[in-house]
Design a protein around this ligand. Structure first.
Ligand SMILES: Nc1nc2c(c(=O)[nH]1)N[C@H]1C(S)=C(S)[C@@H](COP(=O)(O)O)O[C@H]1N2
Ligand SMILES: [Mo]
Length: 326
């Protein structure tokens, strides 16, 4: 079996030319039609406004970015049908089966805490849909598998800039929507609902942190965290919280769901680190999923430190013992 190490960043230079993401026109027209969005693809695209509302599956206009992993992209079918979204159940097939019940329009994100612009925001007020980027990131689950997925979003830093954190803000806390009628998984006390996550403010501001609204050129389907989720590509997948309804700036480290459920196994930082094993399994390598079929195996590879982003993030952890702050 062949795998290539660290092609994520080093192989990329400025040779990547930004281009619109209309890879598959038929697919995009079909998606726009299904969502009732009057998007004009092709020649008329200049007149087409980006979708104003986060309708799952609607075509999104995004610009290719320098952020890409050279490895094969997972099939869209795998990325949207093999999911972790425990609010809908703990089986990988539960989210695609049940998450369609979750209503995502209208959607309000409440911003609180140490910032100058607290309040209730629509997704389109937080995310500038005219500046969407496509970033191909590997999402590495703590369960030792990964998928390479073309995400669509804006830098989290651009969202935070709008909210103007005060000098007291040291952390950002996030919370997922909680609705007992549409989320069959929350009847079980697998986690302490609602699902909560957090980042240090400088981690949230890092160039890699993406406030994500789409994948494969379309608005996120519910199972992937519609209408708005985080992607933090150097951390284990569970830090990439889905269907965010609350953002809070704080001066103290916020609680996180996985750490609350099992502090020995899941720390606040949860950086991808092949040298720190999970207490019950090794993190030295991973199964790369998403080839053909549903979760079809593409390859097995050695796990890269920080999922391949050492250059971008090591400064965040200077002087820290990453075995202690895992
Ligand atoms: N609210 C919420 N967010 C979540 C989860 C979850 O159960 N609930 N699972 C996490 C885990 S463990 C992973 S690996 C990723 C999976 O994202 P994907 O299904 O879009 O690939 O979402 C993360 N975000
Ligand atoms: Mo995960």
């Amino acid at each position: 079996m062949e795998y290539k190490r660290n092609r994520t960043w080093s192989a990329l230079g400025d040779e990547v030319t930004p281009e619109p993401i209309f890879r598959d026109r038929r697919r995009i027209i079909a998606a726009a039609g299904a969502a009732g969005v009057g998007l004009i693809a092709g020649a008329g695209a200049a007149h087409a406004a980006p979708t104003a509302r986060p309708v799952p599956g609607a075509a999104l206009k995004a610009t290719a970015s320098k952020y890409k992993v050279a490895d094969p992209v997972a099939s869209e079918e795998a990325a949207t049908s093999y999911n972790n979204f425990y609010e809908f159940g703990t089986n990988k097939s539960d989210p695609v089966r049940y998450a369609g019940l979750m209503k995502v329009d209208p959607w309000t994100v409440t911003v609180e805490g140490e910032c100058e612009k607290p309040g209730a925001y629509a997704v389109t007020d937080l995310v500038d849909y005219g500046k969407l980027e496509e970033r191909i990131y590997r999402l590495r689950c703590v369960e030792a598998w990964s998928m390479v997925i073309p995400w669509v979003g804006v830098p989290m830093a651009s969202v935070i800039d709008k909210l103007k954190p005060t000098s007291k803000a040291k952390y950002v806390a996030f919370e997922t929507h909680l609705d007992r009628t549409s989320m069959p998984g929350v009847r079980f006390p697998v986690l302490d609902w609602p699902y909560v996550e957090g980042l240090r403010l400088d981690e949230a501001m890092n160039e890699l942190t993406l406030m994500t609204v789409g994948l494969y050129g379309k608005a996120l389907p519910q199972q992937n965290g519609a209408p708005l989720r985080l992607i933090v590509p150097w951390k284990y997948g569970f830090k990439s919280i889905k269907s965010v309804v609350k953002i809070r700036f704080t001066d103290t480290q916020p609680p996180t769901s996985w750490n609350l459920s099992n502090a020995r196994e899941y720390g606040f930082y949860s950086n991808v680190n092949p040298e720190v094993d999970h207490p019950r399994w090794s993190q030295a390598s991973e199964r790369v999923l998403g080839g053909g079929g549903l979760s079809g195996l593409i390859s097995r590879r050695k796990t890269d430190m920080f999922n391949g982003y050492t250059k971008q993030v090591e400064k965040l952890y200077a002087g820290m013992d990453l075995a202690k702050d895992y």
